[in-house]
Design a protein around this ligand. Sequence first.
Ligand code: NAD
Ligand code: UDP
Length: 341
Amino acid sequence: MSILLTGGNGYIGSHVAVALGLAGRKIVILDNGSNSSINTISKIETINRAHVPYVFGDIRDMKLITKTLREHDVTAVIHLAGLKSVAESIEKPLDYYTNNVEGTISLLKAMNSQGIRNLVFSSSATVYGTPRQLPLDETHPTSATNPYGRTKIQSEEILADLARAQPEWRIACLRYFNPVGAHQSGTIGESPKGIPNNLMPIITQVALGQKSQLDIFGTDYPTPDGTGIRDYIHVMDLAEGHAAALQFLESHAGWHAFNLGTGKGHTVLELLESFEKASGISIPRKISPRRPGDVAKCYANVDKANRTLGWAANRSLHEMCSSTWNFCLNFPRTTTCTSPH
Ligand code: NAD
Ligand code: UDP
């Protein structure tokens, strides 16, 4: 009996693979390598001290998915595979709808054909759009400001329709807030192939001297220091949330949404200060205009996940920063703080 991780080679997937290994689960990873390295598998194997079967392929390849489900005796799927850049989704919406929505449908059809109806889906806090009230709880209305966000809302809605039509489905949509950090081994971490847009990978680029300074997008928000507030969560806490969701589904049918965050917001300057302390490096910065589309504040109400999943994020902002830096120091020669591809 195995758990299939689509996109299991990626940043979050590799940490989920480790968390599931720790929880004593057998896994199989399927990934098309579009934003990850094959080398990650051996790193997961080293941490887990176990062989991890790897299938190179695409979630849109229904035949391959069906074969994988059958051959590896899969009982549940954690569906992380997807494209995730907001900016790219605005430029290439069809790529995003094909990969993220069509891909999800293909996966669901393959699962249905094999009678496998346990699914954990990687969703995002982006489904809440501009917050109407904070903290955001799961009853907050969904809306999207870009194609990436719409692919997540559409996928969630397809999953909800499926659970209504076929009550045997057990589905948990995990709405991630802002994952940062790396596994304590320093061997797996965030390894974007292109130019990063998110704050933490940009900070590390500056720390490594690969970028001259950090642009701080806006200092005139209604927050204590004027910079944007986000709910940063350690990727290992997030990963452990998946193990908790799988366990929850063993006794709960239907469609469920859970926020995975810490419930605490931090400003850009707070994250920066914490990173400087953890790394001992001072980060040159420049005040720049607001980034279009950014919200001032976004943080989670995590009561539902705490109560229902028996899960809580425990790692501190300092641990998020020090583990990120530890990973980067292990791979200092690459251009975007990536492990070698
Ligand atoms: P990532 O790019 O590191 O990992 C995604 C993995 O999926 C990559 O290894 C990529 O090669 C693979 N992949 C993409 N399309 C595929 C396809 N069609 N078939 C097979 N494999 C495919 O991204 P991540 O940060 O690990 O994100 C994982 C999931 O979590 C994504 O669905 C993303 O939208 C979601 N998410 C991420 C964040 C974040 O900040 N990182 C926040 C909210 C939600
Ligand atoms: N941010 C910034 N400079 C950057 C990248 C991000 O000041 O180069 C800010 C951004 O405006 C937001 C916060 O950092 O307030 C988190 O941005 P990120 O893109 O990581 O997450 P998201 O906005 O998608 O939640």
